[in-house]
Ligand binder design. Structure first.
Ligand SMILES: [Zn+2]
Length: 152
């Protein structure tokens, strides 16, 4: 197998090397040529310099875009967090009212001890808050699962 490259071939492969588009085998072959050929070494250095400048140039408008995107992201998160809080409070109030309506006769029953009424009230509200919290967590986990699937 002939691994020797001509300088012309080496310079074409250099572009791929700088853009990180070469297979490991090709990388080794070009690196070998660059290390043993001073003309190509000089060429490679100037290619690298150009690439660095290109990255810096491309970074300037990009960082502004990222900055905007970042604030949109932060704003969306605040908005969504507020939505979750309002949704949670609404659900807790609604479910507490429903529970109260169901247990109305119990609460108005004079023969039931006050302590038991407090106990049942706290139990119901506690259950509702835990229910809302678990539900919220389930919905959040499902959302991040979707993200994971896209990234894979
Ligand atoms: Zn060469």
């Amino acid at each position: 197998m002939n691994n020797k490259l001509s300088c012309k071939e080496a310079r074409i492969l250099m572009m791929g090397l700088i853009d990180n588009e070469l297979s490991n085998d090709n990388k080794l072959v070009v690196m070998e040529h660059i290390n043993s050929c001073s003309a190509c070494q000089t060429q490679f250095d100037s290619f690298n310099k150009l690439k660095e400048e290109e990255i810096i140039m491309n970074d300037l408008p990009l960082s502004e875009e990222i900055f905007d995107e970042y604030w949109t992201h932060v704003y969306n998160r605040i908005e969504r967090a507020t939505g979750w809080v309002i949704l949670s409070i609404g659900t807790i109030i609604t479910l507490t009212y429903a529970a109260y309506m169901m247990l109305k006769t119990f609460f108005y029953d004079e023969s039931e001890p006050m302590v038991l009424k407090f106990g049942v009230a706290f139990l119901a509200i506690g259950l509702i808050i835990v229910f809302v919290s678990v539900l919220r967590e389930k919905l959040r986990i499902r959302k991040s699962d979707k993200y994971r699937r896209i990234l894979r």
